[in-house]
Design a protein around this ligand. Structure first.
Ligand code: ZN
Length: 364
C-alpha cells in the first residue's frame, strides 16, 4: 500500500480544511508514493519516536502534534525539530500530522476525552462557522430521486442528527441547445421547456468537489445548472471543544476523583465553583483557555482543559470548576483513537502505539 492511501483516508476523516490557519497538518516529511506496511502512532514526533520507527521497521509516523510548526530555515541539527526531521529523511520515514483538524471533528480528540468520562448528548463547545455551502440545482422531475440519492451518499444534506435533508420547488426550465450541444432532452436549435425541480441542500465546504462530481455524473443533462452559496451558518458537527452531560449529577469532590481516575492523573489544578452539583461538562484537549467564555455561556458546571496560567484561573470567577489536567494528559488517548481508526480501515497494515514517552513534563 502507498502512503497516499493512508493520507486519503485520514483526510476524509479529519479534513485539513478544518485545521486552524496557524496550523501545519498533513504529510510534513516523506513521499506519498512510498510504500507503507507498518505505521507508528504517537502524540508527538520526536527523535526518540523516529528511532522507535526505525527499530520497528515503520515507514510512516502519524502524530497529533506537527513537528514542523513554525518556520524552519536551517537543517544543521541545531535543535530537536531539525534533528527529528533530518533523522526521518535519512531513514526514509514519513511524518504525518493531524492536529487542529482532529480537534475540530465530532469523532476526534475531544470525543475521545468525552468518551472516557461517559458524557452524553455531545456537541461542539464552539461550532465552526463559514464551513458550509448551499447547493441549488435544477433537475427534470423524473430524475429527482436518482440525483438526490447520489448526492446524499456523497455527504450532502446532513443537519445535526438528520440526514437526507433537502427542500424542493417545481418550475419550468428553459434552454436553447446550440449546434455543438448534445442535449439529453430537446433538439438542437429549438427552445425547449422542461418541468424541472429546484433542489436545495447544505454541504460541508470540503465535500464540494466530491458532491459536484457525483451530481454531474448522476444528472441526465450535458450541462447542469447549479448555484453554490457560501453560508455563515455554524456547523453543528465540527468545532472547538465539546460539551455534554455526565449520566447523573455528582459532587465537586467526586468529579475530581473521576477525572483523576479516567486520565490517570497524580495531580490536577482547578478552581472552586459556587455550584455544588456537577453534570454539564465542557472540555477541550490541549490549550483551551480561549473557550472559557463558551463554557460559561453554555452553563457548564466544569471545564476540563490544559495550559491555564495563574491569572487565567481568576477568570472562572466561581461560575464553574476550571480544571487544568496537563496538555499531554488531556490528549493522551489521541493515539489510541488514531490507531482504532487506521486498524479498522487497513486490517493488513500493522498500526503500532509508540512506547516512547514524549511528555517533557514530570511531576515531583
Ligand atoms: Zn496538543
Amino acid at each position: 500500500m502507498k502512503i497516499s492511501e493512508t493520507i486519503s483516508f485520514l483526510d476524509a476523516w479529519a479534513p485539513p480544511s478544518l485545521a486552524e490557519d496557524y496550523d501545519n497538518v498533513g504529510l510534513l516529511v516523506g513521499k506519498k508514493d512510498n510504500p507503507v506496511s507498518k505505521i507508528l502512532v504517537s502524540l508527538d514526533a520526536t527523535v526518540g519516536v523516529v528511532q522507535e520507527a526505525i527499530d520497528l521497521g515503520c515507514e510512516l509516523i502519524v502524530s497529533h502534534h506537527p513537528i514542523l510548526f513554525k518556520g524552519l530555515k536551517k537543517l544543521n541539527s541545531q535543535n530537536y525539530v531539525a534533528r527529528t526531521v533530518e533523522k526521518a529523511i535519512q531513514n526514509n520515514i514519513g511524518l504525518f500530522a493531524l492536529h487542529t483538524n482532529l480537534d475540530a471533528i465530532s469523532t476526534g480528540v475531544n470525543f475521545k476525552m468525552a468518551e472516557k468520562l461517559r458524557l452524553q448528548n455531545l456537541k461542539p463547545l464552539r461550532p465552526v462557522a463559514g464551513k458550509l455551502l448551499q447547493l441549488s440545482f435544477f433537475v427534470p422531475l423524473q430524475d429527482k430521486d436518482k440525483v438526490l440519492t447520489a448526492i446524499h451518499l456523497a455527504g450532502a444534506g446532513n443537519i445535526g442528527n438528520y440526514s437526507q435533508c433537502s427542500f424542493s420547488t417545481e418550475g419550468l426550465g428553459r434552454f436553447l441547445p446550440n449546434e455543438n450541444s448534445n442535449p439529453a432532452i430537446g433538439i438542437i436549435g429549438n427552445l425547449e421547456e422542461v418541468n424541472e425541480i429546484k433542489i436545495n441542500v447544505i454541504l460541508p465546504t470540503h465535500l464540494k468537489n466530491k458532491v459536484l462530481s457525483v451530481l454531474f455524473a448522476a444528472h441526465p443533462y450535458e450541462e447542469v445548472a447549479y448555484f453554490i452559496t457560501q453560508l455563515e451558518n455554524q456547523w453543528q458537527d465540527a468545532g472547538s471543544g465539546m460539551i455534554g452531560n455526565l449520566p447523573e449529577a455528582i459532587g465537586k469532590e467526586q468529579l475530581i476523583e473521576l477525572v483523576k481516575e479516567k486520565f490517570n492523573l497524580k495531580v490536577l489544578r482547578f478552581t472552586d465553583s459556587e455550584k455544588s452539583s456537577i453534570q454539564k461538562i465542557a472540555l477541550c484537549g490541549g490549550s483551551g483557555f480561549f473557550l472559557l467564555g463558551d463554557a460559561v455561556a453554555q452553563n457548564a458546571d466544569a471545564y476540563i482543559t490544559s495550559d491555564i496560567k495563574y491569572h487565567e484561573f481568576f477568570d472562572a470567577e466561581g461560575r464553574l470548576m476550571l480544571m487544568d489536567i496537563g496538555h499531554f494528559e488531556s490528549e493522551q488517548f489521541t493515539s489510541e483513537l488514531i490507531i482504532e481508526k487506521l486498524s479498522n480501515q487497513f486490517p493488513n497494515i500493522a498500526v503500532l502505539l509508540s512506547k516512547t514517552v514524549t511528555n517533557p513534563v514530570f511531576y515531583a
